[in-house]
Write a protein that binds this ligand. Structure first.
Ligand code: AMP
Length: 193
């Protein structure tokens, strides 16, 4: 199978993380989740992890500089070239998006597909309230959703001008949502030269 390089957007609580795992399992691309990378740093109790934890617990964004650095480093590893990548939870700001484009150009990597997993705000709020993650306080949820609308939603337009962009309905069962993603990704792979 040809490697595919993609980004998945979606509000927190949209099922993006779960679907990303299903997609990478099916298509073999390397799953790059900045949230997972930051949580791993917290787990290891590095100084960097402790700093990130304060920001994450407040529902704020880690700096563009830090995020762009860890993403550039990961994209440069050899498995990405062979297997493709799926970016999950990044980019979240215009600064991150611009840095990403530059890194991809530098590594001669294409961007084949940008997905937006669409789930309305009311639905993601109730999903997050019930998942009970440590950083899911009501206040932090509201702040993160606000930041998403303000900082990340404008990127959808930015990327829709750059190439293949698809909105996927994120309502329904995990299997139903995955079938929608699968169909779009399969089509894009078969069109890839
Ligand atoms: P996530 O697992 O993607 O929901 O991320 C959890 C938290 O990690 C976010 O609320 C942010 O504080 C931080 N984070 C993850 N990815 C990014 C990013 N691309 N830019 C800034 N902060 C991020």
């Amino acid at each position: 199978m040809k490697p595919i390089n993609l980004i998945i957007f979606g509000r927190q609580g949209s099922g993006k993380g779960t679907q990303s795992l299903m997609v990478t399992e099916e298509f073999g691309s390397v799953h790059i989740s900045t949230g997972d990378m930051l949580r791993a740093a917290i787990e290891q109790a590095t100084e960097f992890g402790l700093q990130a934890k304060t920001v994450m617990d407040r529902g704020e964004l880690v700096s563009d500089e830090v995020i762009s650095g860890i993403v550039a480093e990961r994209l440069g590893q050899s498995d990405v070239m062979q297997q493709g990548f799926l970016l999950d939870g990044v980019p979240r700001t215009l600064g991150q998006a611009e840095s990403l484009i530059a890194v991809l150009e530098g590594l001669d990597l294409s961007l084949d597909l940008v997905l937006n997993l669409e789930v309305p705000i009311d639905e993601v709020t109730s999903r997050m309230m019930s998942r009970g993650r440590e950083d899911d306080t009501e206040e932090a949820i509201a702040r993160r959703l606000g930041l998403y609308e303000q900082e990340t939603a404008p990127l959808l337009e930015f990327f829709s001008e750059k190439g293949v962009f698809e909105v996927i309905d994120g309502l329904g069962s995990e299997t139903e949502v995955f079938e929608r993603l699968n169909a779009v990704i399969t089509r894009v792979i078969s069109d890839k030269k």
